[in-house]
Design a protein around this ligand. Structure first.
Ligand SMILES: *Cc1c(COP(=O)(O)O)cnc(C)c1O
Length: 644
């Protein structure tokens, strides 16, 4: 019997720090999802902590419905709660500051373009007037079709050609409110001409290029060299140009965006101060129809739960963010004696990150091979083995570094003696055992000392197990690889058992980068995760907070395709409904992306089989089995299954 408690698991994996009240551990040691969260600021109906879903149980039910592993589960109520929370924080800030404008958030489609996700954002956002932001023509077409919320804004960003601008303008005839944001100076021309020929007065936004630089990983999208935005000179030019066209009153919005996952509140404050100077400046130039302040995205997600300015964390809350924006806008307007603008946020990450969870199973484990006792040496053994054995014997707290160097030296020496023919395969094997036994002993001493100096990092890696996960990082958590982002990862069951192993997690791809080796640590990230010993029974792990950017940036490395996905929604009587069962890619679909024709492939294999039959190299039965397996393979999932 282990003494380990579910609470210890909750503490170990720091659920309270990153989970925003959406996750907990049940007394039975299962991960529970509380899709309605527990935000103090939410409406009363939103606080129903007793309504929760047992995640391993849900996974079991989904499997019985035919969903395969790995699977992406989207909790619609988490999405709704996050939208309510953001709206609630602004409502509070506006009330607190007796602010004259309102909040009119838009959701940037690029953050997660999945149809069901965008539909849900529009639906859940309706009571708060949430609109959409499009950054390209395809996204504009999505927004035009999906956004039917009265009075909601459709913010049009990105590179624009005539077709883009005309589509946006014509949306006004449908009763929509598109704001065409001038991202680059020469777009003014396109807008002026298209508006004149259609006879439509456009809602124009100006994107300012701030000199304030963001903080975090995406600072390139801000500052003097950013791809988008008008310099001070261009802003003045834009006002003059539009005045000369008698379109000064079309300037309604000022936009800026200093990057995504801004980790420091300071960067937001600095940007806002500069932006409000521009806002007031534009009014002074005569653009007094300006009434919308669009502060872009950048509201962070605390993936590590540390509340720091680490790139995977953030040092402020959503409420603080809302307070600072409202306060800065209110002060600047009071000083200048102009009306307070409505505030538009383009927070994408903060809206959708929490609602998606990727669940995958472990298909095998390479255990750390170090023996508890070093093998003995006799007279026949090579001197290098005796030297290694001596290094192992001498390990003590005060000789750690020296012994470690002796072990490394002995191991390398044995390897070259082996190559040169002076050590046989058995001898080489013994050298490895001695080396690993030594590493293990050093690891034990380090554990007693309670700290691990950097020089032993490689050693720590040697002493960890490798868990093979049935998923692809490149498909399902690409930022873990691309920008070394930390995501919360943990087992979803057995949380009442001691997680006695130290592991890293590798995926199914043949790429050595296909691994998760950044986890939430006590103070900073750490390379290993505490996991349970694998006993061959299904062992489920999950990656959390993957709703923003991950599924959309995912790629087909090694041709692992989209995973199965579902939306799960609480129903009225304390149960849940499964909606939008989205079947992941079949192998043939993935092959089709890279221009293989399913029938042609199958036909070629069939012909090769016929030849083998004629030449008597395969039996009829085996040929039938091979064809069956081949066709099943084409129809099947790209991930592993344990069906017989
Ligand atoms: C990407 C992007 C966003 C979304 O940013 P988040 O940090 O995900 O909220 C908002 N606005 C613009 C212009 C963007 O390019």
């Amino acid at each position: 019997m282990s003494e380990w408690t579910p609470q210890q698991s909750a503490d170990l994996y720091r659920i309270a720090d990153w989970g925003e009240g959406f996750f907990s551990v049940s007394p039975q040691g299962d991960l529970r999802v509380h899709p309605r969260g527990a935000y103090a600021g939410s409406s009363a109906a939103a606080i129903e902590p007793e309504r929760s879903i047992d995640l391993p149980h849900l996974v079991g039910e989904l499997e019985r419905r035919g969903l395969r592993r790995p699977m992406l589960i989207r909790f619609s109520d988490i999405l709704a709660t996050r939208i309510e929370h953001l709206a609630g924080c602004f409502a509070e800030a506006i009330e607190e500051n007796e602010y004259g404008g309102r909040w009119r958030g838009v959701y940037p489609i690029k953050v997660n373009q999945q149809a069901h996700v965008v539909e849900e954002v529009v639906g859940f956002g309706k009571p708060f007037g949430v609109g959409l932001e499009a950054g390209s023509k395809p996204e504009l077409l999505i927004a035009l079709a999906l956004l039917d919320t009265e009075d909601a804004l459709l913010v049009c960003n990105g590179y624009k050609d005539r077709a883009y601008v005309e589509t946006a303008l014509l949306a006004q005839r449908l009763g929509r409110t598109p704001v065409i944001v001038v991202d680059r100076y020469n777009e003014i021309d396109v807008i002026v001409k298209a508006a004149a020929s259609l006879g439509i007065r456009p809602h124009i936004g100006l994107r300012a290029r701030l000199s304030t630089v963001g903080a975090g990983r995406w600072i390139e999208s801000s500052g003097e060299h950013s791809k988008f935005g008008l310099s001070a000179g261009e802003l003045v030019g834009a006002v003059e140009r539009l005045r000369s066209e008698d379109m000064l009153d079309c300037i309604e919005l000022l936009h800026f965006h200093i990057g995504s996952q801004i980790t420091s509140i300071r960067a937001h404050k600095d940007a806002l101060r500069e932006a409000m100077r521009i806002y007031v400046g534009l009014h002074r130039l005569g653009a007094d129809s300006l009434h919308l302040l669009d502060v872009g995205g950048g509201l962070g997600v605390d993936y590590m739960g540390g509340g720091t300015d680490d790139p995977s964390s953030m040092n402020y809350s959503t409420q603080e963010y809302a307070n600072d924006i409202v306060y800065a806008a209110s002060q600047a307007c009071a000083d200048a004696g102009i009306p307070e603008p409505d505030i538009i946020t383009e927070s994408g990450r903060a809206m959708v990150a929490h609602h998606s969870v990727l669940v995958f199973d472990v298909i095998g484990v390479n255990r750390d091979q170090s023996p508890a006792h070093p093998p003995s040496c006799d007279d026949d053994d090579h001197a290098v083995l005796h030297a290694l054995r001596e290094a192992v014997e001498s390990i003590a707290p005060e000789t750690l570094s020296e012994c470690y160097h002796d072990l490394l030296h002995g191991r390398d020496e044995a390897a070259s003696l082996f190559s040169l023919g002076y050590l046989d395969l058995r001898g080489r094997a013994k050298s490895e055992s001695l080396f690993h036994a030594g590493c293990r002993r050093i690891g034990e001493v380090l554990a007693q000392l309670g700290e691990t100096p950097e020089e032993f990092d490689d050693l720590t890696a040697l002493l960890t197990d490798t868990y093979f996960g049935n998923f692809s990082i490149f498909q399902s958590a690409p930022d873990a690889w691309a920008v070394k982002q930390v995501f919360p990862v943990m087992p979803i069951h057995r949380l009442d058992e001691t997680p006695s192993r130290n592991g890293t997690i590798v995926d199914l791809t043949c790429d050595s980068d296909g691994r998760l080796d950044r986890f939430i640590g006590e103070h900073e990230e750490q390379p290993t995760l505490r996991l349970h010993p694998w006993n061959g029974a299904p062992y489920f792990l999950a990656v959390f907070l993957v709703g923003a950017y991950q599924e959309i940036l995912g790629d087909l490395h090694n041709l692992f395709g989209d995973t199965d996905a579902v939306h799960v929604r609480l129903d009225d009587d304390a149960g849940y409904e499964v909606e939008h069962f989205v079947v992941g890619d079949a192998v043939s679909e993935v092959l089709d992306y890279v221009q293989y024709d399913r029938r042609a492939l199958s036909e070629r294999v069939r012909r090769t089989i016929e030849r083998a039959l004629r030449e008597g190299r395969i039996s009829l039965e085996d040929s039938a089995l091979l064809r069956k397996r081949y066709d099943q393979g084409l129809d099947g999932y790209t991930y592993l299954s344990d069906e017989s």
